[in-house]
Design a protein around this ligand. Sequence first.
Ligand code: AMP
Length: 547
Amino acid sequence: MLGQMMNQPLLISSLLTHAERHHGTREIVSRRVEGDIHRYTYRDLGRRARQMANALESLGIATTQRVGTLAWNGYRHMELYYAASGAGMVLHTLNPRLHPDQLVWIADNAGDQAIFFDATFLPLIEATAARYATVKHFVLMGDRSLMPAETRIPNLRCYEDLIDQSPDHYDWPQFDENQASSLCYTSGTTGNPKGVLYSHRSTVLHAYASIAPDALNLSSRDAILPVVPMFHVNAWGLPYAACMVGAKVVFPGAAMDGKSLYDLFEDEGVTVSAGVPTVWQGLLGHTEANSLKFSTMTRTVIGGSACPPAMLKMFEDHYGVQVLHAWGMTEMSPLGTVCTLKGGQEDLSPAEKFAVQSKQGRAIFGVDMKIVDADGKELPWDGKTSGELLVRGPWILDSYFNRHGEDTLRFDAAGLGWFPTGDVSAIDPDGFMQITDRTKDVIKSGGEWISSIDLENIAMGHPAVAMAACIAAKHPKWDERPLLIVMKKPGAEASKEDILAFFDGKIAKWWLPDDVVFVDAIPLGATGKMQKNKLREEFKDYVLPTA
Ligand code: AMP
């Protein structure tokens, strides 16, 4: 016997419809790439998203085709979030920090039909427009005044013209909630970037979970400033959660330095923010140097990389801002755990509370997690035993986009599929998870991935290099930076500068290793693979010249 409740699909468009109807006058404020502050309301967002949905259809983009964006956090980007997904297309957020070759590869792999881009990225699109195989339309996200007088970009269109030319009546289509809604590529694994394809259902459920009090605790009384970019796992889902609760939204645009952020926090009465630790270092540097305090901010979500204990202490003790240390992944939409104290922990001493809060947190409802040993056997939650962290849940990836037949999940004896996170962690008896290591071979610098394999492959192309291994070395500002370990060919000569110069033009500048160390031998395992865990151990206290 089935339940007798309405079978209404969970669709992203319903979030916008709700926000428009119930929070129509609530503001969305954006620092634009044009330099000024733009403000409008959810009602305006709804109207313009409908106009944009009409515009996308008039461009000939069909259901489930991909609409690429190359944009900072701002209201036009939010309009595209709702217009593309709401109309049944797939919003594909491209990460502008990647090397142009990678961007072109990703857009091709995704089959993007259009790329919408902020004026900041005009030179990038000018340089690469001819190389995209599937892109039929390029749209500059601004008005006529931002359009270049001359351009090599074919079919360059103006965003505001598209809006002006389109009617504001549009009935959001109803379809299966499992239909794809958005796409985000991650380089957090080996090889080429992989696409993570979210659905309407996964997105709406993730938004429900994220607003709960023990998660991000969001409400209509909040003013949310997502510093985390909208091209990083949909700004951790905040553009959806904000509509669900009707919170004020404040978008920082391209200005993510401490002063610009602080001014926006104060001017707009921001109550909650979210970003990677590096961003908060910049912000705290500014507030410390100028003896400033936060007058409205009550909490901030810190994730993407481990929150340094000193930062946690500074926010909580000095500024009275609660830190919500969170862990997740692109493959998890991204929220997996959030660190909030449990009932019964109120009376812990400050030191004990601090020890709990330094962990990555406990699973939010919807995320099931376990730690396993090398044979897949589940390990105890004693806070000491570490194992590989596996997860499952309705907003966790089942398989990567466009990679048919590839095994992604691990199946347990009961036949349940688990996603291996590549993180190693311990879980305490209260369910608080703490990351202790990583099995995946990548470097996370300032919240962005650097592929160690790509760097090794390039280094290996240098005529003097016999073997090269790239590992993460600790860095006070960026958390991790690449350290290249090189074994030269017998008799070959090459300096550190020669090796580094060899990377010129082949990678984004910020991927360049911070140092090169020459060694006589690189340890190899039985199958001839480099044993990077041994190298990581050997160089764990290595001090980079940039540190
Ligand atoms: P991404 O897919 O880019 O969001 O990266 C996800 C990965 O970042 C995770 O698998 C972890 O390795 C790392 N990560 C995310 N949040 C944290 C955190 N709070 N502490 C430590 N590592 C984290």
